[in-house]
Write a protein of this length. Structure first.
Length: 567
């Protein structure tokens, strides 16, 4: 039976899950003196994506739930792929999601000396050896899942020889890939990860923190569990692909442990979204080849991209909560994330009016030099948000699609001779359509009823159509970027025989110039949210300058993608 616990700090309901049940059991049994200490261990080789957000919420959320601690530890064991830019972006993303590692910031490189000392200890105990064979041959000797491995002919080198070679590896005497250090475990184990796994490889590469101090670097499977142990982590929460690594994780920890304390690895399913992919290698390819405009492109599944697009921390945390923590792999429909974003922004986003495809309307019986303010509601979901003044003038813009010269039945917007309501303002009637030489409509001439101020008729007559609008003389010109799904197929990672870039959605970005928004938006700052009435949720982009207002569409008001796919 599910049990809910409200997190007052973030106003998010945290549902009890199987991991929390295991943690509770450990506490009740007195393991690790009842401590709960987790960690989030990203590799700084790219920007975090929505899948990492699930891990962040689980790692930090579990610590919060049980009054424990959560560390941030960078797994910086591969200097050829890591960068300070990635470190900084990861910190920013975690803070933005609402979590804090306080003074518990670590790097695997903090423990390089300890890891090296422990490796020497294993060599002295006859549990590790230096192998000179090529990587391809070592891989072949490991066998297959149904066929046991073959021991390396160098497996039984003496302790002295192994120590000498390992120290010379550290001293830089050998080139890359010349030698590796392997743990001596079991070449006949049914778990191939236990077949004398690699502990160290040679890499003459400058490290972003340690410089050129080291030319040998620990492998993930060796460093990860030991860093957990050094930091006092009690629960090491990992995604399901690490389940088969758990026996090796435990083996390495057992070689070091001197008392009853053990970190416990527990696995859970990843968060996978439709119409995108989570491979950092492939995302990096999109960035480097210019298919997207950087890691924070609003089409990317990265946390920084979603932030720039206008997604909110609460919406991402709420999605993670709704999806839940299980051991069952699956795909989450992108529409679920968009729904979570709409649900949050509906309560918080400032309402404004914006016109993306403007058609000029001239109100011929309205004074040319007059501009009056009409009152508009800032957010109908939040009375305390109050109201704002919107300038109404003789010349306005409406959406081009809100007018049809020869409309079908049940077209409730503007047409020749028809009366509609302008939101918060007046009733207007279209009297004349102006066209250019090509026969294209350039403007509409209308009249207004001054007795309908506020959008209400004194004589009680009703109109079915209500249009949003922007003053042509007081409105602010803007560039609007319309973002959509990054890929055209639900699961691009599963498509065989295709270059994955061929599956990109060519309509994932449309840039509209000469759009107009209320003057209210002019003072907005990057990341400020708005609901453009009848149009969707938008936010101000970081590319905005005093001369050019740039606005991103976050999501539409409803899911139009399913309709498009079913046409």
């Amino acid at each position: 039976m599910a049990e809910n616990n409200v997190d007052n700090k973030k106003n998010v309901v945290k549902t009890r899950n199987f991991i929390h049940e295991l943690v509770e059991k450990d506490i009740s049994e007195g393991k690790n003196n009842g401590r709960v200490h987790t960690r989030f261990p990203p590799e700084p080789n790219g920007y975090l994506h929505i899948g990492h957000a699930k891990a962040i919420c689980l790692d930090f959320g579990t610590a919060e739930k049980f009054g424990g601690k959560c560390n941030l530890r960078f797994d910086d064991t591969n200097p050829t792929k890591e960068d300070v830019e990635y470190v900084d972006s990861i910190k920013e993303d975690i803070k933005w999601l609402g979590f804090d590692w306080e003074d518990r910031l670590y790097y695997a490189s903090d423990f390089f000396d300890k890891l090296y000392e422990f490796a020497e200890q294993l060599i002295k105990e006859g549990k590790a050896y230096v192998d000179d064979q090529p990587a391809e041959l070592i891989s072949q000797q490991r066998g297959t899942p149904t066929k046991p491995g073959i021991e390396s002919p160098l497996r039984n080198r003496s302790v002295d020889e192994n120590l000498d070679l390992f120290r010379r590896m550290k001293a830089g005497e050998f080139p890359n890939e010349a030698k590796v250090l392997r743990a001596k475990v079991d070449m006949t184990s049914p778990n191939m990860h236990m077949r004398d796994p690699l502990m160290y490889r040679i890499s003459h590469a400058e490290h972003h923190r340690t410089g050129n101090k080291w030319c040998i670097y620990p492998m993930y499977d060796y460093a990860h569990g030991q860093c957990d142990y050094f930091e006092g982590v009690t629960h090491s929460l990992c995604t399901l692909e690490f389940e088969i690594h758990r026996p090796l994780y435990n083996w390495f920890v057992d070689q070091m442990a001197t008392d009853d304390y053990r970190p416990r690895q527990i696995e859970f399913s990843r968060l996978n979204l439709t119409y995108t992919m989570m491979s950092k290698r492939k995302l990096l390819h999109l960035v480097e080849q210019g298919y997207v405009n950087g890691w924070n492109d609003p089409r990317m599944p990265t946390i920084s991209g979603m932030r720039r697009r206008g997604f909110t921390p609460a919406s991402i945390r709420n999605l993670v909560e709704k999806v839940g923590i299980t051991k069952t792999e699956g795909m989450i429909d992108f529409a679920m994330l968009e729904h979570a974003v709409r649900d949050d922004l509906n309560k918080t986003a400032q309402r404004v009016m914006g016109v993306l495809n403007p058609l000029k309307v001239v109100i011929t019986n309205y004074p040319e030099d007059k501009a009056e303010m009409v009152q508009a509601i800032n957010n109908p979901e939040n009375e305390s948000a109050g109201r704002r003044d919107v300038p109404f003038t003789r010349e306005l813009y409406i959406e081009r699609e809100d007018f049809m010269e020869y409309p079908p039945r049940k077209f409730f917007r503007l047409s020749l001779g028809k009366e509609v309501r302008l939101r918060y303002a007046y009733y207007i009637t279209c009297n004349e359509v102006i066209k250019n030489e090509a026969g294209e409509i350039t403007e509409l001439h209308c009249t207004y009823d001054p007795e309908t101020r506020g959008g209400k008729s004194a004589d009680g007559r009703k109109v079915k159509g209500t249009l949003h609008w922007v003053s042509a003389t007081e409105g602010v010109k803007a560039e609007i970027r319309l973002y959509d799904r990054l890929f055209n197929v639900e699961n691009p990672a599963n498509e065989k025989g295709n270059d994955f870039t061929e599956l990109l959605n060519p309509e994932s970005l449309k840039v509209l110039q000469n759009c107009f928004v209320e003057p209210f938006v002019k003072s907005a700052k990057p990341l400020d949210h708005f609901q453009f009435e009848r149009m969707g949720y938008f936010n101000v982009d970081k590319d905005t300058t005093p001369e050019n207002l740039v606005i991103n569409r976050t999501v539409t008001l409803r899911d139009n993608w399913a309709k498009q796919m079913n046409k």
